[in-house]
Every structure is written in structure tokens, then in C-alpha cells.
Design a protein around this ligand. Structure first.
Ligand SMILES: Cc1cc2nc3c(=O)[nH]c(=O)nc-3n(C[C@H](O)[C@H](O)[C@H](O)COP(=O)(O)O)c2cc1C
Length: 192
């Protein structure tokens, strides 16, 4: 598959095979499957095991799906009409024990989000995280408190044919994935 990562090192197949899809098939995803994906997220590490994440989801055909879709940026709406559902990834900004700010909240909720993407991929379910969302509008729709910060919306579903997409989405679906070489972001710490 063109979208699988070509790596220099023996990276896990699960990581190589995940990619952000846009062409979703009409096949439904069940609540049980979503719960499996979200339980995987809960097994992410977090500072003090605070688990400072929250996930709200909606399946296609529900009012929740429509209200999340309505908050997507214009460039994300067309191809997401066919998503089987959305997961809203949220960080809880304060510590449950004392209400103080949790400096690790977004980091830890981000790891949990990564876990859910990989769990979905292992189940043959494709995902697409999106920051192109009107987060103020979506916070209002979901009646979130000041403590709850939306990180991204993830659409998911089974994969359909890229040919069903219109441009520019079709072209993006067919483009190979690229990454910076390690030399650009890895440094060996040496004594100074
Ligand atoms: C936080 C976040 C926000 C993103 N926002 C969007 C978005 O609004 N629209 C979009 O099409 N893709 C979005 N993406 C997907 C990225 O473009 C994609 O992950 C990146 O190009 C790497 O491709 P891959 O996921 O297929 O490896 C987002 C990804 C992340 C993690």
C-alpha cells in the first residue's frame, strides 16, 4: 500500500501501517469497537497516573455527529460526510486532587490519542486527526467547562476507494507519506 511508511529502521508494522485517511466507506463502526479503541487510549502512561484525558464520540446518523461535523473547518467537511464517526480528544487541564494546573495534561492526552489511533489501525479502522475545527463552537456544543480543552477531532471509519474523493482530497489520499530524516530531529547528548 502506497501509504505505508518506508522506514530505515525496523519500526513496528502497526506504526508503519497507520495513516490519516479521507475516503471512508459506508460500513458502520459499532459502539463496542469504539469502546475498544478508547480503552486502548486509557492504557497510555500519564504523570501521576492522572489520566487527564476525556473522549466524546458520535456515530454517523446521530445529532451528535452532525453537530461535530458542523464545527469542522471548510476543508475538512466534504470528505468527512462519509466518516463512520468522530472522537473529540479533550485534555483536563487541572489536577483532580487539588484543582492545580496540570503541566502534563496536553502531553498525556496526546499520548492517549496516539494510542487510540494505533488501536484503531490494528482493527482495520482508519482514522484522521484534525485541528481544523472551530474549537470554541464545538466547546459550546459539547457544553465543556473551562477545565476541558479540545485538542483535536478524530474521524474514523473503514477505508474506501480514493477514486471516490474529489480533488484536492483525492490527490492527498494518494500521495506517499514523508518524514524528516532522524538527522533533523535527533541529537546525541554529549558532555559539554
Ligand atoms: C493535531 C493534528 C491536527 C491535524 N489537523 C488536520 C486537519 O485539520 N485536516 C487534515 O486534513 N489533516 C489534519 N491532520 C493530519 C496531518 O496532516 C497528518 O497526520 C500528517 O500529514 C501526517 O500524515 P499521516 O497521519 O498520514 O502520517 C492533523 C493531524 C494532527 C495530529
Amino acid at each position: 500500500m502506497i501509504k505505508h511508511a518506508i522506514t530505515k529502521h525496523p519500526v513496528l508494522d502497526l506504526i508503519k501501517e497507520r495513516w490519516s485517511a479521507r475516503s471512508f466507506s459506508p460500513k458502520e463502526i459499532t459502539t463496542e469497537q469504539v469502546h475498544t479503541i478508547l480503552e486502548a487510549a486509557s492504557w497510555a502512561p500519564s504523570a501521576n497516573n492522572e489520566q487527564p484525558w476525556e473522549f466524546q464520540y458520535a456515530l454517523k446518523g446521530s445529532a451528535g455527529f452532525d453537530s461535530i461535523w458542523n464545527c469542522l473547518a471548510a476543508g475538512n467537511q466534504p470528505w468527512n460526510k462519509h466518516a463512520a464517526g468522530f472522537i473529540v480528544s479533550i485534555a483536563r487541564k487541572t489536577l483532580s486532587a487539588n484543582g492545580n494546573p496540570n503541566a502534563n495534561a496536553e502531553h498525556d492526552a496526546g499520548i492517549a490519542t496516539g494510542y487510540l489511533l494505533l488501536q484503531a489501525s490494528s482493527m482495520g479502522i482508519y482514522t484522521h486527526p484534525m485541528g481544523g475545527v472551530d474549537k470554541v463552537k464545538l466547546s459550546n456544543e459539547l457544553k465543556l467547562t473551562e477545565d476541558e480543552k479540545i485538542l483535536c477531532v478524530i474521524s474514523f471509519g473503514y477505508l474506501d476507494d480514493a477514486e471516490k474523493l474529489e480533488e484536492p482530497f483525492k490527490g492527498r489520499e494518494l500521495t506517499a507519506r514523508v518524514r524528516k530524516p532522524l538527522a533533523e530531529f535527533v541529537k546525541l547528548v554529549s558532555s559539554y
